[in-house]
Every structure is written in structure tokens, then in C-alpha cells.
Design a protein around this ligand. Structure first.
Ligand code: AMP
Length: 484
């Protein structure tokens, strides 16, 4: 297929072309060029495209035209879009508002973490399009609020993420309630064997379109890694944030607990930082995201689930406070910068302990990412780091007694851990695996397990890094809010 067509050549209607022009899009992106004509033809589609490639418009635009050509029945939406995270679902809903500006289609957004009342009211207005996370959709279905028997088009967005998060059983349950005769579009950033298997389950004779090999990174992003000691990460982060031309940054941590710790630490040092992760109540997540989008705060410390798929233009930097465990998360994280042709910078703070994860990233992106010391000297990851880093720490403590307060004592660490645990709002009591938050929790537990396994390899003095559970009980005088 020739890939030099404009929007007008793709078969979209005039009002849609006007809406696209209104959105400021001059030419379709490759996924749009490939997918739009196929979706308009009514075939099933398996699309390999990352968030950031314009994939939402590649299905939203033709769906708007398809739906406008027909009429719906009361209380029976004709299109269902499933997204793994609330943020992605919200972005899809925003895109539908933009693209549907010249049409009178109605939509409802069903996401967890928010009250049912408004969403039920939206359902009462006979939406044509439902955009939902699987858990909330099932809740609404079980409450008898939706009938899915009129769905003609189903979109499963970020199928790979659905799989990672354990949502596939929920998706299967939902699909069973849909008419068998329908058009199904499934998008995924990767097309591994599992995704292909799901494709066979949900799609019939799909056309496959792919716009970039899995896990490629935008050419507008430059990468760097800085080798630091584990306890120096926060200080190194501050130096980076002061030195680099950071206008706005997403700072990724592997664990939610660290998201809270890093953002609180940055705030204490006078930075405009906020935390965003799955344990926060939804209205705080929404407020935080809005504050970042509006530029009221310029640093957002987030977890993978919360940060994935965030579509915010003009994020100048992505900083990986931790090297992600899963190399594909690296690609997703850094895809938050260098968007829409802008320049972006991805900087990763790596420790010797993270050497394996760094290697996996280099293999996935098929490029060595330059590694330097914080001073900018070339550096190398050390295969047998632990002893070395420990003795270096000991030496530094002896040499720089004044810096001791920067390194948390075990007691301070306990307090922070207890505070982080106490600050968590009560989890929605949902069955495991049916919400992004539950899965983020699982990920945390997996991470904890993983680091526990790693620690088994070490020679340990005294308690080593292990903190027995009873030591983590908050001391009365050190409860959050109490004076230290
Ligand atoms: P998505 O991959 O759907 O998350 O889209 C990423 C970003 O690209 C969004 O901010 C869209 O508004 C934007 N976008 C989508 N299509 C186009 C286009 N043809 N030209 C310029 N920007 C676009």
C-alpha cells in the first residue's frame, strides 16, 4: 500500500475530515493510513502499534463513520472499547470527543475508582459508544445497568497490557456476552505468541497491520544511563533535575512505595513533584494528572501502570529512577517523551545490581545505551558489584561523616515504610486480577519476592538488608504527622 495518502484518500466522511482538520492533524500517521480503510471495510483487525503512533484515531475515526451511518436502540451501545487502565480509557474518551465534534454520537466512560452514580446517569442517556476498563464494565453488567447485545464493534486496546495485568479472563467474560456477529479490532504494542493466540480467540480472519517492529523507540528520544550507588539515587535525581534542561519530567519507579518516597523526598527538597500510582483514589489521580498537564507541577513520579500510555505533549524528560524489570516497560516509559516530533530525553539511573535488566533493555531496543558516571565519565556495569559497592559505602561514611544524615538510618527507613503503608487507601474489595491496582499490587509483591531471591545470593552480616516484620510496626512517636 502506498503510504503517502492524505486523510481525504482514506474514505472518511466530510464531517470527520473537518473534525480531523480541527484537531490540527495535517496527515495521517502510518497506522492510520493502514488501518482506517480496513476498519471502514468492516473486517477484523489485529494492529501492532504502540500508544503514541496515533492508533486511537486509527480506529476511532472509522468507527465514528460506521456508527453514524446506522442508528442505535435505547440502552444498547453499538461500540465497546476496552482499555486496561483508567488513564488510557480517559484518553480514548477525550479523543472520541475531539474526533466526534461534528457528529451527535453519545459516549459513556466506565472506569473504576469513581462513583457509580454519574456513570449510571451516562448509561441512562443511551450511549452509542462505551469506553471501559474491564472490571468496572463487569460491575455495571452485574448490576444490570448495561445490555451488550447490540455491540457491533468491539475494540480491545493494549491487549498486551491486558495480558500482563491478568485481565484476559475478564475480557473473555465480556466477549461472551457480545453478539457473535460483530467487528473486532485488537491493538497491541507487541505481537507475541500469546497475543496471536488471543487474536485467534477474539477475531475472525483478521487483517494484520503493523507500524513499527515491536519495541522500537522514537528517533526523537535520546537515551542515557547514569551509574549510581543505590543509596545515591535520590541525590543523583536532584542533581539531574537541577542540571538538565528539565521543563517537565515523568519519573518512573518500579514500586508504588518508592513512588511515594521519591515524590515526598523531591518535595522536601523544594521541587514541584507529585506522585501518581494505582493506590491513590481516582479523584486524586485525576487531579494530579490535570495539575501536571496544566503545568502547575512539572514533575510527576509514577508507577508503570499509572504512567503507561499517558498522552501528554511536551514532556521534556523521562527519568527512570529504577531500571524497569520488564524491558518492554522501558519502551513504554520513554514513549512518554519525544512525542509528536518533539525532542525528548530519557535518562535512567542504573546500579550495578540492575545490570541484568540493563542488558535486557539493550537487547530489546537493539542498541547500547551510553552509560556514564554522574560526572559524565564513561562507566561500565560490574558483574560482581555487591561487595565493591558495600566497601565503597563504608569508605565514604568514614570519609564524609557530614553526609551521614543523607543516608537514612534503619529507623528512618522503618518510619517511611510504615508511613507509606499507612497512607494507602483501603483497596477496593474486588476479586484479584480484576483491576489495574490489584495487579500493580501483584507486581509489587513479585518485585519484593524477586529482590528477596536476589538477596539470598548475598553474604549477609547481622540482619543484612532484611527487616523482620515486627521492626516495621510504626513506633507511637513516629506515626505520620508526629514530630520527629
Ligand atoms: P495515540 O497513539 O492514539 O495515543 O496518539 C498519540 C498522539 O498523537 C495523540 O496526542 C494524538 O492527538 C496525536 N495524533 C494522532 N493522530 C495524529 C495525526 N495524524 N497527526 C498529528 N497528531 C496525531
Amino acid at each position: 500500500m502506498e503510504l503517502n495518502e492524505g486523510f481525504a484518500d482514506l474514505g472518511l466522511s466530510e464531517p470527520l475530515l473537518a473534525a480531523v482538520a480541527g484537531a490540527g492533524y495535517e496527515a495521517p500517521t502510518p497506522i492510520q493510513q493502514k488501518a482506517i480503510p480496513l476498519v471502514l471495510r468492516g473486517v477484523d483487525l489485529l494492529g501492532c502499534a504502540q500508544t503514541g503512533t496515533g492508533k486511537t484515531a486509527s480506529y476511532a475515526l472509522p468507527i465514528i463513520d460506521i456508527l453514524s451511518a446506522g442508528t442505535g436502540k435505547p440502552r444498547m451501545p453499538r461500540c465497546l472499547i476496552l482499555a486496561p487502565t483508567r488513564e488510557l480509557a480517559q484518553q480514548i474518551a477525550d479523543n472520541f470527543v475531539t474526533y466526534g465534534a461534528k457528529h451527535s454520537l453519545r459516549q459513556a466512560l466506565l472506569i473504576g475508582g469513581e462513583g457509580f452514580t454519574l456513570q449510571e446517569a451516562a448509561l441512562g442517556k443511551d450511549p452509542d459508544i462505551l469506553i471501559a476498563t474491564p472490571g468496572r464494565l463487569i460491575d455495571m453488567f452485574e448490576r444490570g445497568r448495561i445490555m451488550l447485545g447490540g455491540v457491533k464493534v468491539l475494540v480491545i486496546d493494549e491487549a498486551d497490557r491486558m495480558l500482563d495485568m491478568g485481565f484476559i479472563p475478564d475480557v473473555e467474560r465480556i466477549v461472551q456476552t457480545l453478539p457473535r456477529i460483530r467487528q473486532t479490532l485488537m491493538f497491541s504494542a507487541t505481537l507475541g505468541p500469546e497475543i496471536k493466540r488471543l487474536g485467534k480467540e477474539f477475531l475472525i480472519n483478521p487483517k494484520e497491520v503493523s507500524v513499527a517492529p515491536p519495541a522500537t523507540v522514537a528517533g526523537t528520544v535520546s537515551h542515557a544511563m547514569i551509574l549510581v550507588d543505590p543509596e545515591e539515587k535520590r541525590a543523583a535525581l536532584r542533581v539531574l533535575l537541577r542540571d538538565e534542561a528539565v521543563q517537565s519530567a515523568l519519573i518512573f519507579c518500579n514500586r508504588k512505595k518508592d513512588v511515594d518516597i521519591v515524590s515526598a523526598s523531591l518535595q522536601r527538597h523544594g521541587f514541584d513533584a507529585r506522585a501518581l500510582h494505582g493506590d491513590m483514589v481516582q479523584h486524586r489521580r485525576t487531579e494530579t494528572l490535570a495539575a501536571f498537564k496544566e503545568g502547575e507541577v512539572n514533575l510527576l513520579v509514577c508507577s508503570d501502570v499509572a504512567g503507561r500510555g499517558l498522552d501528554i505533549e511536551a514532556v521534556s524528560h523521562v527519568i527512570n529512577f529504577d531500571v524497569p524489570y520488564n524491558p518492554e516497560d522501558y519502551v513504554h516509559r520513554i514513549g512518554r517523551t519525544g512525542r509528536a516530533g518533539r525532542e525528548g530525553q530519557a535518562i535512567t539511573l542504573a546500579t550495578h545490581e540492575e545490570a541484568e535488566a540493563v542488558g535486557a533493555i539493550a537487547a530489546l531496543v537493539n542498541a547500547a545505551i551510553p552509560l556514564t558516571t554522574p560526572e559524565g565519565e564513561p562507566a561500565e556495569l560490574d558483574a560482581a558489584p555487591r561487595e565493591r559497592s558495600r566497601s565503597r559505602r563504608g569508605r565514604r561514611r568514614r570519609e564524609e561523616p557530614g553526609t551521614a544524615e543523607k543516608r537514612p538510618t534503619r529507623q528512618r527507613k522503618r518510619t517511611r515504610d510504615a508511613e507509606a503503608a499507612e497512607s494507602k487507601p483501603k483497596r477496593e474489595k474486588r476479586r484479584a486480577g480484576s483491576s489495574a491496582e490489584a495487579n500493580e499490587g501483584q507486581r509489587d509483591r513479585r518485585a519484593t519476592k524477586q529482590s528477596a531471591t536476589d538477596r539470598d545470593d548475598e553474604r549477609v552480616t547481622g540482619l543484612g538488608d532484611h527487616v523482620p516484620a515486627f521492626l516495621s510496626d510504626p513506633l507511637p512517636a513516629l506515626r505520620p504527622g508526629a514530630e520527629r
